[in-house]
Ligand binder design. Sequence first.
Ligand SMILES: C[S@@+](CC[C@H](N)C(=O)[O-])C[C@H]1O[C@@H](n2cnc3c(N)ncnc32)[C@H](O)[C@@H]1O
Length: 213
Amino acid sequence: MRKPQFIAEQGRKPSGLLGQIVARVMAKETADENGFALELLQPRPEDAVLEIGCGHGETLAKCAKIISRGSLCGIDFSPVMHRHAKRRHRRLVAEKRIEFHFGSNDWLPFDDQSFDKVFAVHTIYFWKTPLDHLAEAHRVLKPEGRFVLGFRPAEDAGFRATYPSEIYYIRPEAEVAKLTRDAGFEAGDLKRHVRGKLQFSFVIGTRAQDKSA
Ligand SMILES: C[S@@+](CC[C@H](N)C(=O)[O-])C[C@H]1O[C@@H](n2cnc3c(N)ncnc32)[C@H](O)[C@@H]1O
C-alpha cells in the first residue's frame, strides 16, 4: 500500500513529535542493511569516517567499536534527528569520538580530502540534484578513500509501489552507478543484499590516487 505523503516526508526529514518516534524506529528498521554497508566500507581503527544523512547515528556508534584511533563524523539536516543522535550517543560525543554536524550534505562543512571513508544509506532518494551531493562526498574523500552508497533501487517494484514519487526519487542501479562515476569516483562493484522481500543495492566508489603527489 502506498504510504501517505506525511509519512514519506518523515523519512525525508523527520520533524516534530512523530519525527522523534521515527528516529527510534528507523534505527532498528535499517540496522541490517547499515551493517552490510559497514562491512563494505571496511573501516580500519585509524580511519576518519563520515556518514552523510546519518539520522539516528546508530551506524556510526557501531563503527566506533572498530575506530579506536581515528574519528567519526555524521551530518544530517533534520533538527530532530540531529538532537536525537547527540542525545542517544552522548557518551561517545562527550569522549569526542563522534561529532554530529547539522547541515545539508550538498554543502559539507569539511575541508577537501578529510576522510578515509564516506558512506550514505537510504538518503539518495531525497537528492533532487544528486550530483551536487555526490561531488561533495568525492571532494571530502582522501585519494584512495572508499565510498559506499546504499539504497533500495527502482528494480525493487515493492519499494516503487510504496513510496510517493513526489518525495522519493527512486533510481535504477545503473543510474546510481553512473551518477557516482560522473561525480568523479572510480565506481567499482555493485553489491546486493536481500532481506525478505526487500532489495538493497550498494555502489562502491573509490577516489583515484592523487597523481600530483
Ligand atoms: C531515511 S533516513 C536514513 C537514516 C540513516 N542513514 C539510516 O539508514 O537509517 C534519511 C536521513 O537523511 C537525512 N537527509 C535527507 N536529505 C538530507 C540532506 N540534503 N542533507 C542532510 N541530511 C539529509 C534525513 O534528515 C534523514 O535523517
